[in-house]
Design a protein around this ligand. Structure first.
Ligand code: AP5
Ligand code: MG
Length: 190
């Protein structure tokens, strides 16, 4: 299965992607995690991405598309993959579509996690105290949420037209949220 996980910053994509990938026994990729790893490794990609991440802006499409293309070309992704936080622009969605088409693959399911903005912000501010992620400051959080609404929501509309989007209430405990996701995934597989 090829699945995409959408949701505003703090919606729980990373938390649920881990559980869902384990459940489906497919690899998963968070473009955010990959970019942070590149930054930690001080690679050219990581250095370029850092300024965008810290400003709460999207990293340029060509950089992110390269990261995902590399991952999807690995043998463990032949039968499926879970993408967390990609695509975030229509250009990224088109690049993904072209890659999958070339390999006679398709997107099976797009999951959107939803939660009120106050909750998203609270979660990220709490994480800031524990993990110290450089983009978890009040100003950058607000910017990231705005970018999500302006640049990524239209991508969801694009997939909605294809009839593959399922919105899931992302509030409650992570286990409660996962149970909702599991039910949607099971239904789409049957
Ligand atoms: P990315 O790393 O994708 O960050 P994000 O979308 O801003 O979202 P987060 O990772 O903060 O939240 P999440 O939805 O994964 O939630 P999580 O499970 O962590 O992107 C970061 C940056 O990288 C972007 O701004 C951009 O610059 C760049 N980038 C990445 N992808 C890109 C792309 N495709 N194109 C261009 N640029 C790109 O949960 C959040 C917190 O809440 C955690 O502390 C968690 O423990 C907690 N939590 C989770 N679930 C619950 C729950 N149910 N109840 C209570 N707390 C919960
Ligand atoms: Mg994440």
């Amino acid at each position: 299965m090829f699945l995409l996980l959408f949701g505003a910053p703090g919606a729980g994509k990373g938390t649920q992607a881990q559980r869902l990938a384990d459940f489906l026994e497919i690899p998963h990729l968070s473009t955010g995690d990959a970019l942070r790893q590149a930054r930690q490794d001080d690679t050219p990609l990581g250095r370029k991405a850092a300024e965008f991440i810290d400003a709460g802006q999207l990293v340029p499409d060509e950089l992110v598309v390269g990261v995902v293309g590399e991952k999807l070309s690995q043998p463990d992704c032949t039968d499926g993959c879970l993408l967390d936080g990609f695509p975030r622009t229509l250009a990224q969605a088109q690049a993904l579509g072209a890659h999958l088409q070339e390999n006679s693959q398709q997107i099976d399911l797009v999951l959107e996690l939803t939660a009120p903005e106050e909750e998203l912000t609270l979660r990220m501010l709490q994480r800031a105290c524990i993990e110290g992620r450089s983009d978890d400051t009040p100003e950058t959080i607000a910017q990231r949420i705005e970018v999500y609404c302006n640049e990524t929501m239209p991508v969801l509309d694009y997939y909605r037209q294809q009839g593959v989007v399922h919105s899931i209430d992302g509030t409650g405990t992570p286990t409660e949220v996962f149970e909702r996701i599991r039910q949607v995934v099971e239904k789409s597989r049957s």
